[in-house]
Structure formats: structure tokens, C-alpha cells
Design a protein around this ligand. Structure first.
Ligand SMILES: NC(=O)c1ccc[n+]([C@@H]2O[C@H](COP(=O)([O-])OP(=O)(O)OC[C@H]3O[C@@H](n4cnc5c(N)ncnc54)[C@H](OP(=O)(O)O)[C@@H]3O)[C@@H](O)[C@H]2O)c1
Length: 216
């Protein structure tokens, strides 16, 4: 696998270029964070870190699903094989990429990749690309992500899948939108956005380029 050489690429060209062509570096992880294509993690996390139980979500939170759909539609979504198997079908209006070590794994309506980096290099929708879970893949994704969209649930749940601990020195909270789920099973929760500390340049550049794309 070739290493990324900063002299080979111009930042704006790289961000404006759709992946899949010859200029797209295969070794995404080797790219400096400042010019790596925008990559976001999206997760709903209980106060004790739980994200799932028996390969399903431990809660019913319709507004979170709506927000998930709104944020990820039109983009590539990368998920672990178990999360894929928890879904009824491929997520519509998105490029579905399933990460698995099983050769020949068939996922109807999705592409497969053998690692997270392989999946990132296959993503061919406009940035950002999203990692949508589950626990195993979040652990791989955190070191590469620029943004985290976390639904922080203010209640502990029993579960068997967890979100990795966040190094708060690496992540800066940039937005928080508090909500309450009413009813006997209700709880407070917040939509929280974190940005990687020191990665502002990549964000403003990416947003500028995307805006230009939309103008055409
Ligand atoms: N709360 C949330 O926001 C949220 C979001 C998504 C999922 N979830 C929950 O999370 C749970 C599933 O998470 P999980 O940790 O059990 O499974 P997962 O991360 O969805 O999938 C694990 C599988 O993905 C493949 N995989 C993971 N890392 C890989 C790597 N580095 N290289 C190659 N393949 C890799 C392997 O597939 P093979 O075994 O096929 O090789 C592995 O067994 C479910 O309960 C689900 O409902 C919650």
C-alpha cells in the first residue's frame, strides 16, 4: 500500500475530487488529519457508554432516528457486519458499506470492505462519510474521525455493546441541543457535536468546497 505524500496532492483538488478516481489515495489513514476527507462518527450513547443489546438498540427514540436520517442521507455510511445484520435492509439514499473479515460476504444493497480504511477508500458520495457503528467499528473510527455526532442519553442502560471512551483533550464540544423524551420510559438527552481539536482548517475548507459544488 503506498504511503501518502503531501507533495502529490493539492488540498483543494483533493477535497473537491470525487473518490474512486486515480488521484484518491488508498491509504486514507496515512493522510495528515488536516487534509483527510471529512469523516464523521454518529452514535447514540447511554450515560454508561452502552449503545446496544442483543444486536439492537436498547431504547426507542424516534427523534434520534429522524436526525440520523437527516444527517446521513446522500452520504456514504460505513458499518460493522453486526450492525448491518441488525438493519431490515440497506439504508435508502445512502451508499451502504459493510466492513467484514469474511471473504465473499454478501450484503444485498450494500458494498463490502475488509477494513475501515478499505471502506473509506470506497466511499463515493460527497463528504462527510459516516461511521454508523457498532462498537467494534467505532473503536477503529475514532482515531480517524474529524466530527462526532453524539446523541448523549442521560440514563444508564443494560447492554453488550459500548462506545469507546472519549479523550476529552482531543475533542471539543461545539454544539449541544438538549431534549426530553416524555412518558414513563422517558429520559433527557442531547444532540452533541464534537470537533477534533486543531482540525478547524479541514472543516472550513471542506464546507467551502461543498458549497461550491452545490452552486453548480
Ligand atoms: N447506539 C448506536 O448509535 C448504535 C449504532 C450502531 C450499532 N449499534 C448497536 O451496536 C451493536 C453492534 O455492535 P458490535 O460491536 O457488536 O458489532 P459491529 O461493530 O456492528 O460489527 C462487528 C463486526 O464488524 C466487522 N469488523 C469490525 N471491525 C472490523 C475491522 N477492523 N476489520 C474488519 N472487520 C471488522 C467484523 O465482522 P465479521 O465478524 O463478519 O468479520 C465484526 O465481527 C448492536 O447492538 C447495534 O444495535 C448502536
Amino acid at each position: 500500500m503506498s504511503r501518502y505524500n503531501p507533495r502529490d496532492y493539492d488540498t483543494l483538488t483533493l477535497l473537491a475530487t470525487r473518490p474512486g478516481n486515480d488521484t484518491w489515495p488508498r491509504d486514507v489513514a496515512a493522510m495528515p488529519a488536516a487534509i483527510r476527507p471529512a469523516f464523521a462518527v454518529i452514535a447514540a450513547v447511554a450515560s454508561n457508554g452502552v449503545i446496544g443489546i442483543d444486536n439492537r438498540l436498547p431504547w426507542r427514540l424516534p427523534d434520534d432516528l429522524k436526525r440520523f436520517r437527516a444527517l446521513t442521507s446522500g452520504h456514504a455510511v460505513i458499518m460493522g457486519r453486526r450492525t448491518w445484520e441488525s438493519l431490515p435492509r440497506a439504508l435508502p439514499d445512502r451508499q451502504n458499506i459493510v466492513v467484514t473479515r469474511t471473504p465473499g460476504y454478501l450484503a444485498d444493497g450494500a458494498e463490502t470492505a475488509r477494513s475501515l480504511v478499505d471502506a473509506l477508500s470506497r466511499a463515493s458520495r460527497p463528504a462527510p462519510t459516516f461511521c454508523i457503528g457498532g462498537g467494534a467499528l467505532y473503536r477503529d473510527a475514532l482515531p480517524l474521525a474529524d466530527t462526532l455526532y453524539i446523541t448523549a442519553i442521560d440514563r444508564a442502560f443494560t447492554g453488550d455493546a459500548t462506545f469507546p471512551p472519549l479523550d476529552r483533550d482531543q475533542w471539543c464540544e461545539v454544539e449541544r441541543e438538549p431534549h426530553t423524551l416524555r412518558g414513563p420510559e422517558g429520559f433527557d438527552y442531547a444532540f452533541v457535536t464534537f470537533r477534533r481539536v486543531g482540525n478547524d482548517l479541514a472543516f472550513s475548507t471542506t464546507l467551502r468546497v461543498n458549497k461550491g459544488d452545490n452552486d453548480v
